[in-house]
Unconditional design. Structure first.
Length: 231
């Protein structure tokens, strides 16, 4: 079973939206499992302090290495080989290819940062890989962790109705996805392109490929330059 372990200061945020729809149904059916660990349970003193002021001065607070690592050590087996991901805006960007790689493993560990970040020593000491969902800053890693979970879980066998649904979409071939249409045949004076109603599967495939190339060139030319989505 594919298993996700989340370490957070806000455990009640999980499973959140991934507990709904197809991912939630798969969770209920045991296709994947989720365990959530409250970092604050290993906080210090009467108030369960988890953070302290930055060494060298500066604004904000930093999650302590001793607190975070105590939480990780208590929640993970020493032989757990799953990728340990720290949600961080300075991390490598999550791509569809990475999500597929994560989905092909036995699961992932997600560490949700807060405040100014976590003590750098905890990253090295526990082998955390920093990963980002985009070039912007959130209040914490929880929303980003939910994004990573959803991107991975939907790719697990038995989650989506048809496996082809996950193989024919944006980024899977290094391109953005082609346009989609459904009934009615004409709506507000806008018809479905005739080729999609022709029944000629080869021509439809060629049209979709051409449209995917056009849209990618207009919106994400970087994908065509590198041949790798998200890079």
């Amino acid at each position: 079973m594919w298993r996700a372990s989340v370490f957070t200061l806000y455990p009640d945020m999980f499973p959140g939206p991934v507990g709904r729809s197809l991912a939630g149904d798969a969770l209920a059916r045991g296709v994947w499992a989720l365990d959530v660990h409250d970092i604050r349970a290993h906080g210090l003193g009467r108030h369960r302090a988890v953070d302290d002021t930055p060494a060298g001065g500066g604004p904000g607070m930093v999650i302590r290495a001793d607190v975070l690592c105590a939480s990780l050590d208590a929640g993970l087996d020493a032989n757990d080989s799953r990728p340990r991901l720290l949600l961080s805006p300075r991390g490598a960007r999550l791509t569809q290819a990475r999500a597929r790689d994560f989905a092909a493993t036995g699961g992932i560990v997600l560490v949700c940062g807060r405040f100014e970040g976590v003590d750098e020593r905890s990253i090295a000491a526990r082998g955390l890989e920093e990963i980002s969902i985009g070039d912007y800053v959130l209040s914490g890693g929880e929303i980003a962790a939910l994004v990573v979970l959803d991107a991975c879980v939907r790719l697990l066998p038995g989650v989506m109705g048809k496996q082809a649904s996950g193989e024919d979409e944006s980024f899977e071939a290094g391109l953005l996805e082609y346009p989609h249409y459904t009934r009615p045949r004409e709506w507000e004076g806008r018809p479905i392109p005739d080729i999609l109603l022709s029944g000629d599967h080869a021509k439809i495939a060629a049209w979709r490929r051409a449209e995917a190339l056009r849209i990618t060139q207009e919106r994400r030319p970087d994908l065509l330059e590198t041949g790798k989505p998200g890079k």
